[in-house]
Design a binder for this molecule. Structure first.
Ligand code: GAP
Length: 543
C-alpha cells in the first residue's frame, strides 16, 4: 500500500516535471537513453540558481576559497593515481535467463525485466557470481584508437582540483587553510541507473576541497589542537583547528546552505560512517541524507534517507598520490611553521616529528607493493618529517562533495504540494503548487494584465515587467482567466504574482493609481503595493 502511494507520488512528480518543463528524458523522440536527463526551461533556471548560490556562498562570500573550472577529459594517469582505474567499480551479476545485468547489491530493489511485478532477486533466473564492473566511461583521444590513446570522462570533479592545487595556490595567493571549489559534469556508467535523476550516468557535482594543516603543524604553531567538544566549529575558523574541528565545521556549513535554499534541517540527516565503512584514507565521513518518496525503511520502520552530499576528511592521501605518480612536489612551505618549530623544545620537536613520520609511513607503506618499496617508504617518511621541521608538508583535505541533480530532485520533491484554491467563480478546486524557496525558484515573479484587450492595462503591465526584468526572472502572461494564470505559476513555483487592474490605472480613485496587487504563492494572500516599491520588496526575498 505504502509502495503504491509512493509510486503514485513519484509518477505525479515525474509527470509534472515533463509537463511543466523541469526535466525531460534525454533523446526522448528516439525512445530515450537510460540514465540521461535533460533540463527544460524551468529546470535549467532552477539548476542555475542552485549552482549560483553554492558558488556565491563558497567562492564570493568567503576569502579562503578560490574557484576552478577544469576539463572533463584529463591525463589518464590521474585516474590511476586516484585509484579509479583499479577500484572504481560496482559488483555486477548477469541473469542468464533474461540476459539482464544488475548491480549485485540492488537485486531486491530492481524489478525483473521479464516479470516486473517481481524483483530480480525473487525470480528463478540463473545468476552469475558478482564481479567488479568499472564505472568509468572510456574514450580515445586523437585519431588512433589504441591502448595509448585511452582516456576517461571524469567520474568526479575533485581530481582536477588536486592536480591544479599548486597552480591555484600560486596564482590566487592563498595560504593553507584554503579551499578550491569546482562545479561541473561527472560521468559514471552506472550498472542500473534509477529513481528518476537520482542515479544518472551523466550528472553534475559541486565539490570543495578544503586544504588544511596537518594536526602536528597546528600543535607546533598553536601549542594545542582545538577539540569538537569545545564547540568552536559553530563560529568563525580559528588557527588552532585541526582536521576534526574543520570537518565538523564543514558539515555545519553545508547544512546551513541546504537550509538557506529551502531544505529545513528536519528534512536532513547526518550519517556518520562507522570506522569499518570508511575508505582506507578517510578519517571521518558524514553523509547528508534526504528522504525521497522512494526512500526505504529500516528494520525499525524508520525511513532511511539517500545521500545528497558526502563530507570526508581525506587526510593527505590525494595530494600524496599525485605527488608520487607525477613526481611533482605537492608540498607547501609554511613560514609560520618554520618559525614556530625553531622555538619548540627539542623533546616536543622529536615527539611531533615522530608522530608525523608515523602517519606518513602508514600511508606510504600501504601504497608499497614490494619489500624494497616498503623500505623506501620508511626512508621517505623520515625525510618527510625532516622536511616538516623546515616548514614543508603535504596539506590534508576536507571534501564536501554534493550532487547537483540529486539536490534538484530533493528540492522538487520537497516543494511539491497539493492543496485547494478558489477558481475564478470562487469555487474551491485542487491546486498543485511547487513551494520553492524564492531564492531558487526558476521564475521569481509573474506579471499579469487583468485583461489583454485593454491597451492601457497591457502597457502598464509591460512597464512593470520591464522595471523588474533587469533584477530577476519575470514571466509575463496575459492568456486566459486570471485564476488559470495563477494556477500555471503555482505549478512552476513562482513565488510572486503581480496583477495590473483598473485600480492601477487610477480608475477607482487617484489614491490607488500606480499600485498593483502582489500575490503570495503559498498563502495566496494579496496586498496592494505601489509599483515603485516592488523592486526593493521583491529583491529582499529572492536574493
Ligand atoms: N569526490 C567524491 C565523490 O565523488 P561520491 O559520493 O561518489 O563522492 C558525490 O559523489 C556526490 O555526487 C553524491 O553525494 C551524489 O550527490 C552525487 N552522485 C554520485 N553519483 C551519482 C549518480 N550516479 N547520479 C547522480 N548523482 C550522483
Amino acid at each position: 500500500m505504502a509502495d503504491a502511494r509512493v509510486n503514485a507520488l513519484m509518477e505525479k512528480i515525474v509527470s509534472l516535471c515533463k509537463r511543466r518543463g523541469f526535466i525531460y528524458q534525454s533523446s526522448e523522440i528516439y525512445g530515450g537513453i537510460g540514465g540521461f536527463w535533460d533540463y527544460g526551461p524551468l529546470g535549467a533556471e532552477l539548476k542555475r540558481n542552485v549552482k549560483d548560490l553554492w558558488w556565491r556562498t563558497l567562492v564570493h562570500e568567503r576569502e579562503d576559497v578560490a574557484g576552478l573550472e577544469a576539463t572533463i577529459i584529463m591525463a589518464p594517469q590521474i585516474w590511476k593515481a586516484s585509484g579509479h582505474v583499479d577500484t572504481f567499480s560496482d559488483p555486477m551479476v548477469d541473469c542468464k535467463t533474461c540476459q539482464g545485468r544488475f548491480r549485485a547489491d540492488q537485486l531486491d530493489d530492481i524489478p525483473c525485466p521479464q516479470r516486473p511485478s517481481k524483483m530480480v532477486s525473487q525470480c528463478e533466473g540463473e545468476k552469475t557470481e558478482a564481479r567488479p564492473f568499472n564505472l568509468m566511461f572510456e574514450t580515445n583521444v586523437g585519431p588512433l584508437k589504441d591502448a595509448a590513446s585511452v582516456a576517461y570522462l571524469r567520474p568526479e570533479t575533485a581530481q582536477a582540483i588536486f592536480v591544479q592545487f599548486k597552480n591555484v595556490l600560486e596564482t590566487s595567493r592563498q595560504r593553507v587553510p584554503f579551499g578550491i571549489a569546482q562545479i561541473g559534469k561527472a560521468f559514471r556508467n552506472e550498472v542500473t541507473p534509477r529513481n528518476f535523476t537520482f542515479r544518472s550516468r551523466e550528472f553534475e557535482q559541486m565539490e570543495l576541497e578544503f586544504f588544511i594543516r596537518p594536526d602536528e603543524v597546528i600543535e607546533a604553531i598553536c601549542g594545542r589542537v582545538a577539540t569538537v567538544a569545545e564547540g568552536s566549529w559553530q563560529g568563525e575558523p580559528q588557527p588552532d583547528w585541526g582536521w576534526e574541528v574543520w570537518h565538523k565545521y564543514w558539515v555545519e556549513q553545508r547544512l546551513r546552505f541546504y537550509e538557506s535554499i529551502g531544505l529545513p534541517r528536519a528534512t536532513l540527516k547526518e550519517y556518520w560512517q562507522a570506522p569499518e565503512e570508511l575508505a582506507h584514507y578517510a578519517r571521518a565521513t558524514v553523509d547528508i541524507l534526504f528522504t525521497f518518496p522512494f526512500s526505504k525503511r529500516d528494520a525499525r520502520g524508520e525511513l532511511i534517507g539517500e545521500e545528497l552530499e558526502g563530507i570526508a576528511a581525506r587526510s593527505d592521501f590525494d595530494l600524496s598520490q599525485h605527488q608520487r605518480f607525477s613526481g611533482k612536489a605537492m608540498t607547501v612551505f609554511d613560514e609560520e611553521l618554520k618559525a614556530a618549530w625553531a622555538k619548540l623544545e627539542p623533546g616536543r620537536q622529536t615527539e611531533l616529528a615522530r608522530r608525523y613520520a608515523e602517519a606518513r609511513q602508514q600511508y606510504l607503506t600501504r601504497m608499497a607493493a614490494t619489500p624494497e618499496e616498503a623500505e623506501q617508504a620508511a626512508a621517505q617518511a623520515r625525510a618527510d618529517a625532516e622536511a616538516l621541521a623546515k616548514g614543508s608538508y603535504v596539506p590534508h583535505v576536507i571534501e564536501p562533495s554534493a550532487g547537483v541533480d540529486r539536490l534538484i530532485l530533493a528540492l522538487i520533491t520537497h516543494a511539491y504540494a497539493e492543496d485547494e484554491a478558489p477558481d475564478d467563480k470562487g469555487k474551491l478546486e485542487k491546486r498543485v503548487v511547487m513551494r520553492f524557496h524564492p531564492r531558487i525558484a526558476p521564475v521569481k515573479v509573474a506579471v499579469f494584465p487583468l485583461l489583454k484587450n485593454r491597451p492601457e492595462l497591457v502597457a502598464k503591465a509591460r512597464e512593470v515587467r520591464d522595471l523588474l526584468r533587469p533584477l530577476m526572472t519575470v514571466f509575463y502572461d496575459d492568456a486566459g482567466a486570471i485564476g488559470r494564470r495563477y494556477r500555471r505559476q503555482d505549478e512552476a513555483g513562482t513565488p510572486f504574482g503581480i496583477t495590473i487592474d483598473f485600480d492601477t490605472l487610477g480608475e477607482k480613485g487617484p489614491e490607488l493609481k500606480d499600485t498593483v496587487t502582489l500575490r503570495d504563492r503559498d498563502s495566496m494572500k494579496q496586498e496592494r503595493i505601489p509599483i515603485h516599491e516592488l523592486p526593493a520588496r521583491l529583491l529582499s526575498q529572492v536574493r
